[in-house]
Design a protein around this ligand. Sequence first.
Ligand SMILES: *Cc1c(COP(=O)(O)O)cnc(C)c1O
Length: 399
Amino acid sequence: MKPYDFPDATGHFGPYGGVFVAETLMHALAQLRQAYAKYQNDPDFLAEFHSELRHFVGRPTPVYHARRWSEELGGAQIWFKREDLNHTGAHKINNSLGQALLARRMGKKRIIAETGAGQHGVATATVCARYGMECIVYMGSEDVKRQAPNVYRMKLLGATVVPVESGSKTLKDALNEALRDWVTNVEDTFYIIGTVAGPHPYPMMVRNFHSVIGEECIEQMPQYAGRQPDYVLACVGGGSNAMGIFHPYINHEDVKLVGVEAAGHGIASGHHAASLSAGQVGVLHGNRTYVIQNEDGQVQETHSVSAGLDYPGVGPEHAWLKDTGRARYVGVTDDEALAAFHHCCRIEGIIPALETAHALAEAARLAPTLPKDRIILVNLSGRGDKDINTVATQAGIEL
Ligand SMILES: *Cc1c(COP(=O)(O)O)cnc(C)c1O
C-alpha cells in the first residue's frame, strides 16, 4: 500500500492514528464512521458542500505569483494558494462547514468544539449560525483571556463559550472537556474537531474536507503557472492546512512536500511546538502520533509566537509521511517567522497569519538555492489581521 491509500479500515496510518478513547465513546465514533462512509461520496452531499464552499466561503481561492519577492530572492518562483481570502480569513472553515453538513444529515442539532487561539471556534460558530445550530465552544480560561476578540466574535455569532478551569487552562484541557461533554450528550451532539487529529475517522475526514485546497491547485497551477510546482510548503500545527494541500499531490511523486513546524525559541531551548522534529511517539487526543511529552508521558507545555501552531501533537498522517519520507518536516523559529511576516506585508501587500509566516520563512530559505524556473507553492493558510496585536507587542509598540 502506498501512503496515499491510507488510513486502513481501522484508521491507521502505518503505526499511527487509531482510536484511543473511553469505551463510552466507541458507539458515537462507530455512528460517525458509518455516517461519513455513507455521505463521503454521496453526490447530493458533495454538491451541497461545494455549493456552500462557493457561495458562503468564497471558493475557489486563487493561486498568486509572489513576483516581487521571487525576484528579490533571485531563485525559484514563489506562488501562494490564497486561503486567506476565505470567509473568516483562513482554511479552517472548509472543515467546519463539511462537518456541520454531516451533522445535519445525522440529525444532530447540538455542536460542540474546542479551540485554543479561537480560530476554529470562530469558524465553527460561523457555520452554526449559518445553519441555525446550537454551538458550544470549550476554551481554556487562560486562552479566553488571551484571545478576547475571538471570544467576542464567537458570542456575536451566537455561540456559548465555556471557559475551562482545569489543568493548565489551555487547549489540551479544553480538548478533554469537549470529549467529556460528548460522552454525556452523545445522542444529540456532534463534536467538530478542528484539525487532522482526534480518533478515527477524524484525521481522514478533516483531511478530505480540506483536500479541496490541493485539488484546486492541481487544476490552477498548470493554467496559471504553466505546470505543477516542484515544492509544496505548508505550516503544521495539527496539520490540517498542510494535509489539505499535500493530499492531492501525494501521488505526484516528483512534487516535494515540506511541512514547517514552530521551533519557537529554538528546538534546543525546549520552548517550541515542533512535535515531529523533537517529539516522541505517544497518544494524544485519541490517536497515536508524535507528541511533545516528558519521560513519564506527560504532555508538555509548548511555545510558539503563533497561537495556531501551539499544539503539543500533530495529525497521525504527518507522522506517517515523515517516517515514510514522502514529506519532510523542518522548524522555523519565532524570530524567523516574524521577519517573514514583515517582509510579506511590505513586498507583496499581503498581511499573512503568523502561522503562515512560518511556511513563508522556509520558502525564503529554499528559493535562493533553486534555479529560476523552479516553483515553490506555499499554502497561505490565513490572513494576519488577528495577529497585529501580537506583532506590535513583539516590536515594542502599544496599539
Ligand atoms: C489554525 C491555523 C493553522 C494551524 O492549524 P493546522 O491544522 O496545522 O492547519 C495554520 N494557519 C492558520 C491561519 C490557522 O488559523
